[in-house]
Design a protein. Structure first.
Lengths: 509, 423
């Protein structure tokens, strides 16, 4: 046996009877010690499943797993942790009501005498963060922190357990370019220390920038493994999707028409009652895409929730289609043509405890033809669901069946399909392509641009500068709850936007 | 298609496994009580479900010797007539149980873990019993007649109107009582589990007081109310068209059961076919999702609580109008409401499941009561049921192991159909 393999998975097979999907089809997967190995593939290709098998969350039907040359039987994450494997999940597994320090230390032996010393614990976590270049406030409660920060906590959790082999499932999906760069520095440093990193990502640019080798999965099969130096981004994309991919959307210049959304001096408080949005004013017209750029956690979530009727407004007003909706219910806003693609698809955008159909009709169920006088019309619902599943190509989705087994990307497509259906006049899209593969991103971007050209006003919140640049017509930069500046996209470049996002004031006129 | 079938089978396998495991674990206590488990269980089941208890259980044909004249008759056991069939009694007992289980299900499926069924039931019962004699009294007073002297037409009209009025009143009372817990939750975010426990305690005290003082009928040792008037009875089958059918003999099974079956069908339809049912189920699944989608969750929650309370109130009315005829002190502690909660949990909130489980539960209780004749404590029955529920709540554990077992036994059954992942 080759001793220098950190991970050696052979003929791993996993069939999910409940969804009738062969998620791992005799997969061979080798990772060398000390390397950064990227694992890429379309949504639903089986990447997460393969790593869940390695981490003991999913039991393979058959197959061998060796860690550092020794055959291991991993039946439970504890076995994996003992074997030195740590995993940061695609969907975080933090306890919202605990502080950062408590989450990081959870399950780890406490200090002397078996007592948990809160301040020592907090100090230890703060130090840990500093050491790895991932500073955190150990006493912040997880429910109150941004998704980006939660990500950081997840990474610290594995490091605290001293994992030698680190699996990161789409760790950068939620980070800003700056944070991504920092994270990759951390990852490189960890690899230099002799740790092995497995990195699942949809961002091929990052693969190119940071990984040593890359493995490509498609439809449950391992298609190829290459040295990153030997393949181009386009090669990887084509391997993943199995066809030519367009990497950048073409779009005409926008021709904005009447204002659809006017936000005046909006004041919104965060969960803890601390102001999160200070006097934001915006105007959004039909037929244009306004991007909100900013590092995650600068008030974007609160702004979006206030616009969509999910969070109380402390001051200011929101005008939708000429009518003041500041105090309106979600339904009233939706009836005035609002659609909302939320940041948190698992809990807000979908109800994982019910069927596909019932998830898709949540915004329309009370209307004809889906129901008449309070009674459902199932034929109409079926047709509707079928249309969305077809037109958004949601893989392995089955009408009338549960959706909790769908892959992250496919779940996102369901949300998109539902929200973009029926020609909404205003689309509030919060991180609409997070976690999607390039094929799907291409599709979502195209769909959003089409919606714009059909006359929708789109508010795009993204921490992804690429996305901001390729979609927006105008960009508003948000920092600490304020809009720093609004510019046409042509007047901005990565550098100026980066400065604004970091809070630098523009020189006065 | 196959997957569908498998889901159903696996769904049924879990309660069955829970029942068996419950029996296995309870054996320890049977042994402690000094008996053999298997004969004890056999006795319990045949007493609960046999045509005439254990006399003929397991026989398709039953040949009793008539005591008076020594003549011999052959009966087809499942339809055995003379002296009535045990199942009729089981169904009589299942009637209110189904309602309280439906009541629990409606609340659960709005994300409200309400266990207020007992309180709603006893208040409904008080309303029904009061109207059951007061209303006829008033009518007799107005018309200057009495139960014996009233013209047949008047009696017929009273029979048609008084039971529905009493039931409606009981439902209103139950609904209102349940609504209190709902509004406390929606407005003040008071935990419904706590509020319903307290409301139950209040209702029990209140009913005990009513029975002992204002509504007390006589100086009987055990306080009791007046019996309801004959015209307020919900006709039992033994009194109506089916009075010739021996199957029903000895039970007070009646129209109530038919009403309950209709109620079950309506509730199923409500939960799965109407937008209102959808609203409350989405609220149960994820409050955040419901809010995001614009579903009026507070309204859905309150509606669910009203319906849940009305069902429990109706259960109380059926117990009075159909079976008990009066409230005797101690009625308030009967526990039919809480049994309904257990049935709902065992049936995993499925309406069809409730019909089956409630009957099973009632039969088991019936058998357990008869354990006394074998010199076993009747509490044993309650314990066995409790163990079954405990195991039923370990649903995930069973599901995983069933899947694992299947994969081990029939590796071929999991052969993939490639088309699915290619779709
Ligand atoms: N527990 C499960 N039960 C049934 N099917 C499942 C389960 N988990 C995953 N699947 C199915 O297996 C396939 C692979 O899913 P997986 O989550 O591994 O994809 P992925 O490559 O991580 O995709 P993404 O990039 O969207 O996260 C999908 O079709 C999914 O629906
Ligand atoms: Mg995944």
């Amino acid at each position: 046996m080759t001793p220098d393999l950190a991970i050696d998975m052979r003929e791993v097979r996993k069939y999910f009877p409940s969804s009738d999907v062969l998620a791992a089809d005799d997969v061979d997967f080798q990772v060398r010690q000390g390397e950064i190995h990227a694992l890429v593939g379309e949504n639903g290709a089986g990447k997460t499943t393969l790593m869940n098998i390695l981490y003991g969350l999913v039991r393979a039907d058959h197959g061998d797993v060796r860690v550092n040359g020794e055959t291991v039987h991993i039946h439970h994450p504890n076995d994996a942790i003992r074997a030195g494997i740590g995993m940061v999940h695609q969907h975080f597994k933090l306890i919202p009501s605990f502080t950062i320090a408590e989450n990081v230390m959870l399950g780890i032996e406490p200090g002397q005498l078996g007592f948990i010393n809160a301040s020592e614990e907090a100090q230890a976590v703060a130090d840990l963060g500093e050491n790895f270049g991932l500073p955190v406030d150990p006493n912040a409660v997880v429910a109150d922190i941004s998704v980006g920060m939660q990500q950081r906590v997840e990474i610290l959790k594995t490091l605290q357990r001293d994992a030698r082999i680190l699996v990161l499932d789409e760790p950068t999906a939620v980070l800003t370019p700056q944070e991504v760069r920092e994270l990759y520095n951390v990852i490189r440093q960890l690899a230099a220390d002799g740790r092995t990193i497995i990195l699942i990502t949809h961002k091929l640019v990052e693969v190119k920038a940071v990984a040593d080798r890359v493995s490509v999965m498609r439809n449950g099969r391992m298609i190829a493994t290459h040295d990153v130096a030997d393949v181009s981004i386009r090669d990887m994309a084509n391997l993943m999707v199995g066809r030519e991919v367009v990497l950048r959307v073409d779009k005409e210049k926008a021709s904005p028409r009447d204002p659809v959304l006017e936000v005046n001096n909006l004041l919104v408080a965060s969960a803890g009652g601390i102001p999160a949005v200070f006097g934001v004013s915006l105007e959004l017209r039909a037929g244009e895409i306004l991007g909100i750029a900013g590092v995650s956690g600068n008030g974007q979530t609160e702004l979006v929730e206030a616009l969509c009727g999910l969070r109380a407004v402390e001051g200011g007003s929101v005008v939708l289609g000429g009518e003041d909706v500041t105090l309106s219910t979600v339904r009233a806003r939706r009836q005035r043509g609002m659609a909302h693609i939320p940041e948190d698809r698992m809990h807000m955008g979908l109800n994982l405890r019910t069927s596909l159909d019932e998830n898709l009709i949540v915004t329309v169920y009370q209307r004809s033809p889906w129901s008449e006088r309070g009674i459902f019309r199932f034929r109409a619902i079926r047709d509707f669901a079928l249309r969305i599943v077809r037109s958004f190509n949601v893989r392995s989705a089955r009408l009338g069946e549960e959706i909790h087994t769908l892959s992250g990307g496919n779940l996102q497509k369901l949300v998109l399909g539902r929200e973009l259906d029926g020609h909404p006049g205003l689309i509030v899209a919060n991180q609409p392509t997070r976690g999607l593969d390039i094929g799907s991103i291409e599709f979502v971007h195209k769909t959003l641009v089409e919606a714009r050209d059909a006359g929708a006003a789109i508010l795009l919140v993204s921490v992804e500068l690429d996305e901001i640049f390729s979609l927006s017509d105008r960009v508003a930069i948000m920092f600490e709850g304020r809009i720093m500046a609004v510019h046409d996209i042509e007047d901005l470049d990565e550098e100026s936007i980066g400065l604004l996002m970091a809070g630098h004031q523009e020189p006065g006129p | 298609m196959i997957t569908r079938l498998r889901h159903v089978l696996e769904g049924a396998a879990i309660p069955v496994a829970a029942v068996l495991l419950g029996l296995v674990v309870s054996s320890a206590f049977v042994v402690i009580a000094g008996k053999q488990p298997l004969p004890t269980y056999a006795f319990m089941f045949c007493e609960g479900f046999g045509a005439r208890g254990c006399e003929n259980f397991g026989h398709l044909l039953f040949v009793p010797v008539e005591e008076e004249d020594g003549s011999v008759h052959t009966h087809f056991a499942p339809t055995l007539g003379t002296r009535g069939h045990k199942l009729a009694i089981v169904l009589e007992r299942a009637t209110p149980l189904i309602l309280t289980a439906l009541s629990a299900t409606v609340a659960f499926r709005a994300g409200m873990f309400s266990i207020g069924q007992d309180g709603q039931l006893v208040l409904g019962a008080v309303a029904a019993v009061f109207l059951g004699y007061w209303l006829p009294d008033q009518i007799y007073l107005l018309t200057g007649t009495g139960p014996d002297s009233a013209p047949p037409l008047q009696l017929a009209l009273m029979r048609l109107t008084i039971p529905p009025v009493a039931m409606a009143a009981a439902m209103l009372v139950g609904a209102f009582y349940s609504w209190i817990a709902g509004i406390l939750k929606v407005r003040l975010n008071v935990n419904e589990l706590i509020s319903t426990i307290i409301l139950n305690a209040i209702a029990v005290q209140f009913v005990t007081f009513m029975v002992n003082f204002p509504l007390r009928a006589d100086f009987n040792n055990i306080a009791r109310t007046r019996t309801i008037d004959d015209t307020a009875w919900l006709t039992p089958f033994t009194r109506a068209l089916l009075n010739e059918v021996d199957w029903f003999r000895g039970s007070r099974l009646g129209i109530g059961l038919l009403l309950v079956l209709v109620a079950a069908a309506i509730i199923w339809f409500f939960l799965h076919r109407t937008t209102a049912g959808y609203e409350q189920r989405m609220t149960e699944g994820s409050r955040l999702f419901a809010r995001y989608g614009g579903i009026p969750s507070a309204r859905a929650t309150l509606r669910a609580m009203l319906i849940s309370g009305a069902l429990s109130g109706l259960a109380g009315a059926l117990m009075i109008l159909g079976v008990e005829r009066r409230i005797v002190d101690g009625f308030a502690l009967g526990g039919t409401g809480f049994d309904g909660v257990l049935v709902a949990i065992l049936a995993r909130e499925s309406v069809v499941g409730i019909l089956l489980v409630a009957s099973f539960f009632a039969g088991l209780e019936q058998g357990a009561i008869n354990l006394q004749f074998e010199n076993l404590p009747r509490q044993l029955g309650g314990m066995i049921i409790a163990f079954m529920i405990l195991f039923a709540s370990m649903e995930d554990f069973f599901r995983d192991n069933i899947t694992r077992l299947r994969v081990r036994l029939f590796p071929e059954s999991v052969a993939p159909s490639q088309s699915a992942s290619e779709a």
